[in-house]
Design a protein around this ligand. Structure first.
Ligand SMILES: [Zn+2]
Length: 197
């Protein structure tokens, strides 16, 4: 198709455009309808006197990096933020983190009315996981941490045992209890539970 033919074909559209625009401006309603205003006022009235839901900060214990989640907007984080925050703190490698882990830790914070979550460990690069095993740490060979499907966390001010009981009730997957270290392991693998140090 030559440029001239293309222009001729487009001409009716180009000519019609200003007219269509003018018409749409004229037909735009003057404002919200009575029903819309009433609904809006009712929503505002319902909010009066209710405290806003405080945001929850999620901090990684090793990198000291943190982010904020507004539970009113859902217990989620943008995938990229999540992958960065829960990256392997030893190698800085990233993987795709299972977003259900965020839902679980936010649910736990809300359950205990806490606004701060401390992440002890998120993703572990396989070589870091292996290094921990060689050091004799309680680390599974094919740990869920190496798949981005596990998080170790604590809620300051909440006894680990209470946190453990809550995470178990979620029935999300594996739950590990580390009473001495004071954190709970939560993963999205098969449902099972164990106690470490
Ligand atoms: Zn763990």
């Amino acid at each position: 198709m030559s440029a001239r033919v293309a222009l001729l074909l487009a001409l009716p559209l180009l000519l019609a455009a200003p007219h269509a625009y003018a018409r749409s401006v004229e037909e735009k309603p003057a404002g919200p309808t009575v029903a819309e205003r009433t609904a809006h006022n009712q929503r505002l009235r319902a909010l009066v006197g209710k405290p806003a839901v405080e945001p929850i900060s999620v901090q990684h214990l090793h990198t000291h990096e943190w982010t904020v989640i507004d539970p009113a907007k859902g217990a989620t984080l943008p995938q990229d933020t999540l992958d960065e925050l829960l990256r392997c703190h030893q190698t800085n490698q990233r993987t795709r983190i299972d977003a259900r882990l965020v839902t679980a830790i936010v649910a736990a914070a809300l359950e205990f009315n806490k606004r701060r979550v401390l992440v002890v460990s998120g993703f572990r690069a396989p070589k870091f996981n292996l290094a921990l095993r060689k050091k004799g740490r309680e680390v599974a060979r094919d740990s869920q941490h190496t798949h981005g499907t596990a998080v170790d966390f604590k809620l300051p001010g909440v006894a680990p045992k209470r946190l453990l009981a809550y995470v178990r009730r979620l029935r999300l997957g594996g739950v590990g209890f580390y009473p001495e270290s004071g954190f709970v392991h939560c993963d999205t693998g098969p449902i099972r539970s164990w106690t470490g140090r």
